[in-house]
Design a protein around this ligand. Sequence first.
Ligand code: UDP
Ligand code: MG
Length: 309
Amino acid sequence: MKLLSVIVPCYNEEENIRDFYNELFRNDSFFRSKEIEVEVIYVDDGSKDHTVAEVKRLHEEDKRVHLLSFSRNFGKEAAIYAGLQKSRGDMVVMMDADLQDPPSLLPEMYSYIEQGYDSVATRRVTRKGEPPVRSFFARMFYRIMNKISKTEIVDGARDYRLMTRQVVDAILAMTEYNRFTKGIFGWVGYETKWLEYENIERRKGETKWSFWTLFVYSLEGITAFSTVPLTVAAVLGALFCVLAFGLIIVIIVKTLIFGDPTSGWPSMVCIILLVGGIQLFCLGIVGQYLSKTYMEVKKRPIYLIKEDI
Ligand code: UDP
Ligand code: MG
C-alpha cells in the first residue's frame, strides 16, 4: 500500500470542509484500485468560524481525517508548510478547501507520477469570474517576475500539486520565513508535468484575497525570488552621477566662456525634487530587502500549533 497525504489549508471554510471530503472520496474506487491509502490533513489557519469543529466532527467519523490548527492566522504559505511537515505520505497533494482544485483530476495526475514524473502541477488557463483589473495586474506580475527572476514562475499556476516524497523533502529543506510557495516549487526543480484546466469558481464562502493583499503578496514574491530591483537602484544612481558630472562640466565651461550669470532656479527645484524622489525610491527598495532579511534573521517559527489531532 502507498500512502497519499492530502493537505488542505483552511481559513474560515466551515461550509466547505465536508463538501471537500465528499468530493475527494468520490475517487475511492480509484484509490482502492491503485492500492492507495489516503490521509487528509486539514490545516486550520486560525479560522474564526466553526472550521475546527467541522473537521473534528469528520475526524470522529473517519480516522483518515487529521487536524492541525494554528494559534492564529499565519497565512496559506505557513499552512502548506505545516501540512507538508506533518504529512507522512509517499506522495503529497495540496488542495484548496473551496474546491477550486478539482479532486476529480487526481487519477490523471497520478498516472503521470506512475510514468515517472516527480511532480504534477496544475495551471488555470482562464481567469473567468475574476475582476478584469485583477487579471491584468496578475498577468503583468508574471511577465515582470519572469524577466527579473531566474526561477520560473508560471502564469496561472495553482498550488494544486501532486508530488513524490523526494520533492516534498526538498521543499521542506527550504526553511525560509518569507515563503513564496509558487517560487519555491519552481526553485526546487524536478521533472514536472503541467496540466491545464479552466478556472472553477469557489464553491461557497468568499475569497480571502483583496486587490491590496494580492499586491503586497506580489511584492513579497519579487523580493523573495529576485534581487534585480537592487541592481536597478544601483544603476539608476550611477546614471544620475554620470549625468550630473556632464552637466557640471557644461556649466563651468559656459560660465568661463560667456560669463553668464547663473539662472534657472525653477528647473533646479524640479531637478532636486526628481533626484530626491529617486533616492527615496531606491532607499525604499533597499528597505524592502532589509526588512525581509530582518524577519529572516529573527528565525521566528513559521507557524504555531494549537491542536494536532
Ligand atoms: N487560506 C489560508 N489562509 C489564509 C488565506 C487562505 O489557509 O490566510 C486558504 C483558504 O482557506 C483556501 C486557500 O487558502 O483553502 C485559497 O484561498 P482562497 O480561495 O481565498 O484564494 P483564491 O482561490 O481566491 O486565490
Ligand atoms: Mg479559492
